[in-house]
Design a protein around this ligand. Structure first.
Ligand code: GLU
Length: 583
């Protein structure tokens, strides 16, 4: 990977964003949580345990739990609570998450679903005007309108009940201490306060993140968050009820419903009835491995598996990871997967999704046969794993989000992706944390022009389709081989699939694969390559084969662990400010 590419790509998309009208941006594919430049490559090795997350303070909190004999779930909880403080733009207790957990002793893999749900007062026309027009995306993301019931606290509590070793309240200690003592505002947080639009639009968020004269807090400013410390102390003592019932819940509901500009519909009963769920992870064969990712309502697991299945059916290992043939193949495999994702995938408790058929290697082979060697098509149609009247939707995801990977001393593993949706979520800041705007992951329009229902339309109590793709890959002896995941909107699927393919089929180290430039094709007519990552010759060749090639910053935050002969290597993406620490 070209260093200049990362250092030089700081602001282009944001400058572009600033210069465009908001309505133009709705169709644009920019990442508000922009690239903030290269941090040094960060990797660590260990034989006993390992933690990798988006911020060194969060990694240290996880490490401290592991050192005390805590489980991977314990360490992940401690890390999440710190991330909500030091990387508040990305995730926190006001958001949702998917956590895949491997219990080494029981040889059991569980998928915890802490996805936000739509309030019971919404209906299918929530994002539609009386004239039948979809609301502007930017209107929906700021304020109360797209706030779903937060799922992180319940999900972490459920995972802890089943797989925690340390007492619940111990896991809160690092975050409470840092919140009271203060932490240094990081370069990334500072830059994003500058660049993400409409952050300083509400009083509470402005007072916390900006100086009195309206400037984003400078890098290194010691930021304390007493409200967050108080909130965590309550949850540490009373459990999740402190969050979902009573004073904290009331403050959340009031903030959403009484938002002066765009009030939402979240109620106390939505809060009190939230349930974190356990689901069967989406697993599939890949070469001699078994790869397992988040199940629906995340489209991540199924889509990554579909891409890997098609790549394998095409014998992709034959091509070097930086060759035009591989880029072409990966792009077309991705487009095929997105065609099916957009048509079929949504909350399985509301729509019937042909999951088994989509995971059938014979189906992957059939889809792979559509890919030609030196020619692409603008868009692939969805396949017909079973007949369905559902129709496609692609909602723009404006990424924030965070991924962490942990293996503990007993070999238990956690791969968890967590999000408040956009950078700084809804911008509603209450009790020391930000609320999500995850309802924008639903399709804004409920039906297509032929009046067919869209699978991912908004409905009361439904969970919006996600792209989060926390993955654990096992070898043929059921040993953990690799943990991986990333933020990045719907590009997450492509970041994760490529890294797994590069490492397990093209001899890349995890570090090399994470650093490689990204390839993004979402079946929307273009092939986006990470800026300055590929040669002009390669781009010209791909154009000749019919790809509409574009270049732009692609801002992953891949945090993974690779295990070989008992040695764990943890790697943090150089595009963000994460760290790996193991022993
Ligand atoms: N809200 C997105 C999802 O759940 C994630 C956004 C992001 O990665 O920034 O798929």
């Amino acid at each position: 990977m070209n260093r200049k590419m990362l250092i030089g790509s700081l602001v282009a998309s944001y400058l572009l964003m600033a210069s465009l009208s908001l309505s133009a941006l709705e169709k644009d594919d920019v990442d508000p949580e922009a690239s903030t430049g290269l941090t040094q490559h960060k990797s660590a090795t260990g034989q006993s345990f390992m933690a990798v997350s988006a911020n060194a303070l969060a990694t240290d909190a996880a490490y401290a739990m592991l050192e005390q004999g805590g489980s991977a779930v314990d360490a992940s909880i401690a890390a999440q609570l710190v991330l909500g403080l030091v990387e508040p733009q990305s995730s926190g207790i006001g958001g949702g998450a998917f956590l895949i957990s491997w219990n080494a002793e029981k040889k059991a893999l569980v998928h915890y679903d802490g996805r936000e749900t739509a309030p019971m007062e919404v209906d299918e026309n929530h994002f539609m005007s009386a004239e039948g027009k979809a609301m502007s995306f930017f209107k929906a993301i700021v304020g109360g309108y797209a706030v779903g019931v937060p799922g992180v606290v319940k999900m972490l509590e459920l995972a802890h009940e089943r797989e925690g070793k340390l007492p619940w309240k111990v896991l809160f200690e690092p975050a409470i201490e840092i919140a009271r003592e203060g932490f240094a505002v990081s370069p990334r947080l500072h830059k994003l306060l500058r660049r993400i639009p409409k952050v300083a639009e509400r009083k509470a968020i402005t007072e916390y993140f900006f100086t009195k004269d309206g400037q984003p807090l400078p890098v290194g400013h010691r930021l304390k968050n007493f409200d967050y410390a108080d909130t965590l102390e309550r949850i540490a003592k009373e459990g999740s009820d402190a969050f979902y019932k009573g004073e904290i819940a009331q403050a959340i509901v009031n903030t959403v419903r009484k938002d002066p500009k765009v009030p939402g519909k979240l109620s106390m009963s939505d809060m009190a009835s939230y349930k974190a769920l356990q689901r069967k992870p989406a697993c599939g064969p890949f070469k001699q491995y078994t790869a397992c990712g988040a199940a629906l309502p995340s489209s991540g697991g199924l889509s990554v598996l579909n891409i890997l299945g098609v790549l394998e059916a095409k014998g992709y290992e034959h091509w070097p990871a930086d060759s035009e043939q591989f880029v072409h193949l990966f792009a077309d495999a991705s487009k095929l997967a997105f065609a099916d994702r957009n048509r079929y995938m949504a909350d399985p408790d509301f729509v019937s999704v042909p999951t088994a058929a989509l995971l059938n290697p014979a189906y992957w082979k059939q889809r792979a046969d559509l890919i030609k060697n030196t020619e692409t098509v603008a868009k692939f149609p969805a396949g017909e794993p079973v007949s369905s009247a559902l129709v496609s939707s692609e909602t723009p995801a404006f990424p924030s989000t965070s991924h962490l990977s942990v293996i503990d001393a007993d070999g238990n593993a956690v791969s968890m992706t967590t999000s408040i949706e956009s950078g700084f979520g809804s911008r509603l800041f209450v009790k020391g944390f930000l609320l999500n705007n995850q309802l924008t992951d639903f399709s804004f329009t409920p039906i297509d022009e032929d009046l067919n229902n869209i699978a991912n339309r908004i409905q009361a109590g439904k969970r919006p389709r996600s792209s989060m793709s926390p993955f654990i890959v096992f070898d043929d002896q059921q040993n953990v081989k690799m943990l991986i995941g990333s933020p990045g909107g719907s590009q997450i699927i492509l970041y994760v699939a490529r890294v797994i393919a590069n490492v397990l089929g093209q001899n890349d180290s995890l570090e090399a694969a994470i650093s490689r430039p990204h390839i993004v094709a979402k079946n929307n007519g273009s092939l986006v390559l990470e800026k300055d990552g590929f040669s002009a010759e390669l781009r010209a060749q791909l154009s000749q084969w019919g790809h509409v090639v574009k270049e732009r910053d692609l801002n992953s935050g891949l945090h993974g662990i690779y295990v070989e002969k008992g040695i764990m290597t943890g790697v943090a993406d150089p595009r963000r400010e994460g760290s790996a620490r193991g022993r």
